[in-house]
Design a protein. Sequence first.
Length: 193
Amino acid sequence: MGSTQHPRRGNTRQRIQDVALELFAEQGYEKTSLREIAERLDVTKAALYYHFKTKEDILVSLFQDLTRPVDELVAWGREHPKTLENKQEILRRYGAALTSAAPMFRFMQENQATVRELSIGENFKGRMMGLLDLLRDPDASMTDQVRCVSALFTMHAGMLALKDVEGDPEEKREAILEVSVELITKAHHGAAS
């Protein structure tokens, strides 16, 4: 099976998701069939069908797995005061969630029409607004609001844009987080003054 092994993700459902994403990335979502996914996994189509009836089901399940940590993060943020430390912690946790969901996130960037069709995009936008509300102070100036939005976009764009740039992945993640935290810190101090 070579490069398609995913030691961290042992169960069949997760292996199907991983392999489906690989195939979507290689040849495009539209061109990928359930049969091809089953072949690459070396399972029968019936075995695949037991978990997912359509490739849309696979995509929606991947999206749910991606958004669960974000939902948990928004819930955590709502239970804690909007201190600078908590805002920084939100960015740190969001960075970790993005890193673990990087392939799905790339898929969403590269297949925006499909994402819109499956109404995944709308849901994701709602979650981003939830995160933004945790970072942004209600009386923030427009400049500080832009800083808060930019902190989130830095995490997204940084992850996508830097994947082709030479360098250690861990170093890239730390640099992205550092810039996001700088923006949030500046916005927080702006609101406090």
